[in-house]
Design a protein. Structure first.
Length: 225
């Protein structure tokens, strides 16, 4: 009886060791791309994220800030690029080349990256005559436009997974997205909220509110300024 028990225990140990070894061997394929390498150097088929989004993840021109953004929101955008729910000639092939595990790795990497210091400074002094500030903080209720901060949070720092941070995003990026919603080329917003609101914005509204939010200090996802 003792020998049977010992043999049984040896068998269980061998099975456990084998399962552990298989798990270790599976890791390289599950995490095929190191997120830091992808972000800063790219791979043979995927360009470095930093080439468009900046080495500090702060964004530039019409490319958004990724540093400190909500990981779940970023993950959804990659999924939407892959499925075609969100159209972008640069991002669609990149999203398709990433495995689900790689997407989780790179979005977590950027969510944990500190927001660049230049984008976390104090907010500009309030100026009630700024049209962008009025639109962001008060909206245009006569035109059926609520304040942007009602969904995107104080100063545009973002709320939850569905309403991303727009504070410290490049003005060119915010402008491009508002125009895309107006044109119907971006369609992945919750309950078509942005499509309806953007349709009511004039070109001067878009320019003003984009510039205002670009000057607001950012905060890391779930963090403090």
């Amino acid at each position: 009886m003792t020998d049977c028990r010992e043999n049984l225990m040896r068998g269980k140990n061998l099975l456990a060791s084998g399962a552990l070894l298989l798990g270790v061997l599976a890791l390289p394929s599950a995490w095929a791309i190191d997120p830091a390498t992808l972000a800063n150097a790219g791979t043979g088929t995927i360009a470095a994220c930093a080439s468009c989004h900046g080495k500090d993840g702060g964004g530039q021109a019409s490319f958004p800030r990724l540093a400190g953004m909500n990981a779940t929101y970023l993950l959804k955008q990659l999924g939407d690029f892959d499925s075609g729910a969100r159209s972008n000639a640069v991002m669609q092939p990149i999203a398709k080349a990433l495995s689900p595990e790689d997407r989780v790795a790179i979005t977590s990497y950027y969510a944990e990256m500190p927001v660049p210091a230049a984008q976390t400074g104090p907010a500009p002094a309030p100026d009630p005559d700024r049209p962008g500030e009025k639109l962001a903080l008060l909206g245009k209720w006569n035109d059926g436009i609520p304040a942007c901060v009602q969904c995107h949070g104080p100063g545009g720092i973002g709320i939850g997974d569905a309403f991303p941070a727009i504070a410290a995003q490049p003005a060119g990026y915010i402008t491009a997205q508002l125009r895309a919603w107006q044109a119907g080329t971006r369609k992945n917003d919750p309950i078509e909220l942005m499509r309806h609101l953007s349709a009511k914005l004039s070109a001067s509204d878009i320019k003003a509110v984009s510039e205002w939010f670009s000057r607001q200090p950012a905060t890391a996802a779930g963090g403090s300024r």
